[in-house]
Each structure stands twice: as structure tokens, then as C-alpha cells.
Design a protein around this ligand. Structure first.
Ligand code: SF4
Length: 102
């Protein structure tokens, strides 16, 4: 199974171009999303394998920007896990002075 790109942007515009060049299109899509209950070393090993695909992907920056813009909830996108993207967005919010209501 290749990565599910159904959640990527629609067919209009230049974003479609980067999707066509995605390295993960030729890869097992399960690699990028952790199955329910996956923990510990298995979780880390799968994320690492996914990140290795991203590291050689010619559209990694486009993918990461897209996933951050759309607040993609799950999976490895642009070489970052969901936890890493969440941390990146949180740091950016703090730097911009945004405060989350208590
Ligand atoms: S950066 Fe990773 S997830 Fe994004 S398109 Fe490339 S291979 Fe796929």
C-alpha cells in the first residue's frame, strides 16, 4: 500500500505538482502512520524508517509546510512526526506571543 495522499490538497494549483514527486508514493503507506497500540522500540523504528524516506524526498519542504498549515494530526509528514510538528507549532505560537486560554 502506498501512502494515502487522499488527504492532500485537491487537484487545483501548484500544490498538485509536489505531490506527484513525493518519495512516499512508491513506499508502503503504513510506514507513515502508527497502528493502534504501537509503542516503544517498534514505534521509534517505524518513524525512523519513514523519516529516511522523507530525507531523500525532493518535496520535503512543501510537504512539511502543508502539514503545518493544515494542522495534519497524524503521521510523519515532511520528515517530522506528529509530536514534532505539534512542538514546532507550539514554539512558534509562544514566540509570536500567542497565549492559550487557561
Ligand atoms: S516528505 Fe515524506 S511524507 Fe512528505 S511527501 Fe516526501 S516522503 Fe512523503
Amino acid at each position: 500500500m502506498t501512502k494515502n495522499i487522499a488527504r492532500l490538497p485537491g487537484p487545483a494549483g501548484s500544490t498538485r505538482q509536489w505531490q506527484r514527486r513525493a518519495a512516499c508514493r512508491e513506499t508502503d503507506g503504513d510506514l507513515f502512520y502508527h497502528p493502534a497500540g504501537e509503542r516503544g522500540a517498534d514505534h521509534d523504528a517505524r518513524d525512523s524508517r519513514a523519516k529516511r524516506v522523507c530525507a531523500r524526498c525532493p518535496v520535503r519542504e512543501h510537504c512539511l509546510a502543508f502539514s503545518l498549515r493544515t494542522r495534519e494530526t497524524y503521521g510523519v509528514w515532511g520528515g517530522l512526526t506528529e509530536e514534532e510538528r505539534h512542538a514546532l507549532l507550539s514554539r512558534a505560537r509562544r514566540r509570536s506571543g500567542h497565549r492559550t486560554p487557561a
